[in-house]
Design a binder for this molecule. Structure first.
Ligand code: GLN
Length: 538
């Protein structure tokens, strides 16, 4: 019988619900259980693909091409799973399918109502995720914060599942305990209110994970226990940590895994987190830096720098750096600065390697191209991801193949040398303004050429990677680029699309049309990131 663990958030967003779920999943896996995880996002968007990353963070892509929330990335990295569309629920997705069914007369003349038809659709989606994965446990993250109007129907679904089979459902509240500077004391009241909001939805949390800057003390545990109606042993301290990968170990120190099993009437089991412990040991003990610059544009918001837009890239770099027992130092470089002030490019010499990640639109493009040129000429290891690869082709075409004004048609529609151009099917979609979920998405095969950096990294010629793009290397210019030394190291055989470009006579100059960062795992760094870091170490 599968068990359902619902995790909701209290007090505020961004306190690490996703990582908490991923960590609990890891612990249950280490006890020999099969686990899957589902993310519920309460927004009306059908998927994350149409949202600006500054607004919502990275758009993560699964094998089946679902453009989803970045938490799915956390689940995959921690749990080493390949999730899919069944693991991602949004208000938009739920309503869309209910309305489509209604239009197809599938409700057989019945009046379709928000309650119970919407929660029922949510429940059937959660159950489908379990059925497909055959998991013992499904961890369901209810996005947002309890008390928010938009998560009500999802809480309702969880409540209905508990009534149907009380022994199979567990509720966890991840809450935040602030320590206001002027008071100097950890406050429990916001958590008490959060629990009260949950109670109003008919839900009593079984376990409270108490996030804070420091571990909560005995007194506060007792207070939460008394006022929130949760056993003291089930109030779990979750202080800030320097690395999120420590969290499963911290939870295990509080014996969270067995407490969950006990609540669900299951026998306690030993956990085996040896590999994970080794990873954390490396993370904490590595001293020698590897300094990687990421040239992007989705990180400045007002006075703050957010790195959520590139979370998979950051994590992939870290995984690879830890593989070599080094310490990652990641620095954000703004492409626009290089446009205003080309002399600033000199700073790139201070870096062991440079990444130009994916992106859309015009802002910062010329700065990125300048930076790529600088890396090429100064033999600085360069790794281009999707847009980064496309711009490496533009740079090479302009400066090596002497195609003056070469560009991608995403930016310049009338370039004489459109070296990056629409994929044919995309032209029609864009004309019809069909933007949502219509890029070339998800997993596609790629054949690797022997004797390339890529082959050395993958050690095989048949790979498949995840995509999210509308433009591609224009095959009309392939020969001209190759003549000047660009190596087309990976090709999609079915459509004859260039997937990887490389340059010889350079320590590491490589661009991928796909997004390798989506497949890097904590305990299994991605081969290309590993190879990039290896070159950066030299
Ligand atoms: N904007 C480019 C395209 O659509 C690159 C996309 C990306 O970097 N993910 O092809």
């Amino acid at each position: 019988m599968p068990r359902y663990i619902f995790v909701a958030g209290g007090v505020m967003s961004g306190i690490g619900k996703g990582v908490a779920i991923a960590s609990i999943g890891r612990i249950l896996q280490s006890k020999g259980f099969k686990v899957t995880a589902t993310k519920i996002d309460p927004y009306v968007n059908v998927d994350a693909g149409t949202m600006n990353p500054i607004e919502h963070g990275e758009v993560f892509v699964t094998d089946d091409g679902t453009e989803c929330d970045q938490d799915i990335g956390n689940y995959e990295r921690f749990l080493d799973l390949n999730l899919d569309t069944n693991n991602y629920i949004t208000t938009g997705r739920v309503y869309l399918s209910v309305i489509n069914r209604e239009r197809n007369l599938e409700y057989k003349g019945k009046c379709v109502e928000v309650v119970p038809d919407i929660p029922n659709e949510v429940i059937s989606r959660i159950k489908k995720a379990v059925k497909i994965s055959n998991a013992d446990f499904v961890l369901v993250e209810i996005g947002g914060t309890v008390g928010e109007y938009q998560s009500v129907l999802f809480l309702e679904a969880a409540r209905m599942m508990k009534i149907e089979d009380p022994k199979s459902v567990l509720f966890i509240l991840v809450s935040y305990l602030p320590v206001p500077e002027m008071i100097g004391e950890m406050k429990t009241k916001p958590t008490q209110y959060a629990v009260r909001s949950l109670n109003m939805a008919g839900i009593q949390p079984d376990i409270i994970i108490a996030r804070s800057i420091i571990p909560l003390d005995k007194q506060r545990k007792k207070k939460i226990s008394t006022f929130c109606n949760v056993l003291e042993e089930n109030v779990i301290a979750a202080p800030d940590v320097s690395s999120i990968y420590e969290i499963p170990l911290n939870f295990e120190k509080e014996n969270l895994g067995n407490k969950i099993l006990k609540k669900l009437d299951l026998k306690p089991r030993k956990s085996d987190l040896r590999k994970w412990k080794n990873l954390v040991k490396v993370i904490k003990s590595s001293r020698k830096n590897v300094k990687i610059g990421i040239i992007g544009k989705y990180f400045r918001t007002g006075k703050f720098t957010l790195t959520d837009s590139y979370i998979s890239v950051i994590e992939a770099v870290k995984h690879a750096v830890w593989f070599y027992k080094r310490k990652p130092e990641i620095v954000w470089l703004s492409a626009e600065d290089y446009e205003k002030n080309p002399h600033q490019l000199e700073e790139l010499k201070d870096y062991d390697g440079i990444i130009v990640p994916g992106g859309f639109g015009k802002r910062g493009i010329e700065g990125k191209i300048k930076a790529i040129e600088f890396c090429r000429k100064n033999k600085i290891p360069f790794f281009g991801l999707c847009l980064g690869m496309q711009l490496a082709v533009v740079e090479f075409a302009r400066n090596v193949s002497k195609m003056k004004g070469a560009h991608t048609t995403e930016i310049m529609t009338n370039s004489k040398y459109p070296v990056i151009d629409f994929m044919a099917d995309q032209k029609i979609l864009l004309k019809e303004k069909k933007y949502g979920g219509t890029m070339r998405l998800g997993e596609y095969k790629c054949k690797i050429k022997p004797k390339t950096i890529s082959f050395k990294a993958y050690k095989t010629s048949n790979i498949s990677e995840r995509h999210r793009h509308r433009y591609e290397l224009n095959n009309k210019f392939r020969n001209a680029l190759e003549k000047k030394g660009m190596v087309m190291a990976g090709i999609n055989p079915k459509r004859n699309l260039v997937e990887i470009i490389e340059l010889k006579d350079h320590p590491f100059f490589l661009g991928t049309q796909f997004h390798p960062e989506f497949k890097s795992r904590a305990l299994e760094p991605h081969p290309l990131f590993r190879e990039f870091i290896r070159a950066s170490l030299k």
